[in-house]
Ligand binder design. Sequence first.
Ligand SMILES: [Mg+2]
Length: 169
Amino acid sequence: MSKDRFMKRFYPNKYYDSIFDIDLNSLKEKGIKSLLIDLDNTIIPRKEREVSEDLKEWFAKLFNEGFKVCIISNNWKARVDKAVKNLDLPLVARAAKPRKKAFEQGMKILGANRDQTAVIGDQIFTDVLGGNRIGLFTILVVPLSKNDLFYTKILRKLERLILKRDKRR
Ligand SMILES: [Mg+2]
């Protein structure tokens, strides 16, 4: 595999500061109807269990727009259950991302095929890599807990690389 092709596995298709910034219309235009969404640091800060009102509103908006959602988390089921209880969503816990199986399980639950499905997450090496491996549309967001400076530094570097690549098109 060439270096370029190898690196592309780590590039998301889109990159946003937060889930709230995701352009839902552009997803719809691409025919994407199903979203496999990470839990920790994507929709809820890692140490928290409460679901914010903003988040509830965002999910209500997703459903109004016709999106289907499954939570895919590498975390243990008990922790995940508590966190998503109020959202009433299907979930795949202990997902072992970037392995493909959990993404395939999520698609099966939603009755979706690959062309209709996007992955949303805060981690390059689990969410983005896993989604890219099976050809899903991948969306990276900045982790909600930003205390990991090392990780944030990598994200910023990746962001610059992606922006450079986009300009070349
Ligand atoms: Mg995460």
